[in-house]
Design a protein around this ligand. Structure first.
Ligand code: SF4
Ligand code: FES
Length: 263
């Protein structure tokens, strides 16, 4: 108990190299800031809060960064930290990264997601609406709303399919897979959505259309192709596996060969 209290009391002095950029077309640059007294028990975003309080007190403009749930659910806290999407730890989002992952005196580079499909809005905030449009192209199901709607719990799903669908459904749309991919590919994100619904009875009505529309939108947004490097799987905070991309490729091939709709 005493050890925990001592650990929580440790504090860090850090040098931050933060990307500042007024808008997508403006030239960006790294700005150097120093922060002191950062508790190792605080989160990375709380450390940025301290920086911003210091900047506001000094009459300077705070650093713009995205955040919402701060518990690994919403996927909005997209930051590149020391050259890694969501920072040095695996399986977590930036908001779940704690300052105990760093050492006193460290220099930390903080950048926005890197991808042409994610233009910078300001500083560390990027526009990830391209992922929303991929989702809108097919990430939905038809439900009978006539009053005779069947309760989803009464539709049997075998355990293997339920597990696969559940794994794929854990994608939070953060975009780390795109940001870390040398091709800026959104295949892991799109595959998670396609695979999730392809494994469920509720997803069968639009199954062929869904994969074709989502892949078409993914290409239209300017995301690159997958060359199976696997960086996306490594950096994905939810552990979405490459096998979902293989599943989407099978779904796509089958849909194109057996449906009249052309992509
Ligand atoms: S697949 Fe993983 S990295 Fe990509 S958007 Fe989903 S949760 Fe984020
Ligand atoms: S702020 Fe919601 S996942 Fe990080």
């Amino acid at each position: 108990m005493r050890k925990t209290t001592m650990a929580a009391r440790k504090s860090l002095s850090l040098t931050l190299k933060i990307w500042r950029q007024k808008h997508a077309k403006a030239r960006g640059r790294f700005e150097t800031h120093r922060v002191k007294g950062i508790s190792t028990a605080s989160s990375f975003l709380e450390m940025l809060d301290v920086l911003n309080e210091n900047l506001i007190e000094a009459g300077r403009e705070p650093v713009a960064f995205d955040h919402d749930c701060r518990e690994g659910i919403c996927g909005i806290c997209s930051l590149y930290i020391n050259g890694r999407a969501h920072g040095p730890s695996r399986g977590i989002t930036t908001c779940q990264l704690h300052m105990r992952s760093f050492r006193d005196g460290d220099t930390i580079y903080v950048e926005p997601w890197r991808s042409r499909a994610f233009p910078v809005i300001k500083d560390l905030i990027v526009d990830r609406s391209a992922l929303d449009r991929v989702l809108q192209a097919g990430g939905f199901i038809s439900v009978n709303t006539s009053g005779n709607t069947q309760d989803a719990d009464s539709i049997p799903v075998n355990k293997q399919d339920a597990d696969q669908a559940f794994d794929a459904a854990s994608c939070i749309g953060c975009g780390a897979c795109v940001a870390t991919c040398k091709n800026s590919s959104a295949m892991l994100f799109t595959a998670a959505k396609v695979s999730h619904l392809a494994h469920l009875p509720q997803g069968q009505i639009e199954r062929k259309r869904r994969v074709q529309h989502m892949v078409r939108q993914m290409d239209a947004e300017g995301f690159g192709n997958c060359s199976v490097t696997g960086a996306c799987e490594v950096e994905c905070p939810k552990g979405i596996a490459l096998k979902h991309i293989a599943r989407m490729n099978r779904e796509y091939g089958h849909a194109v060969l057996t449906s009249r709709e052309q992509t």
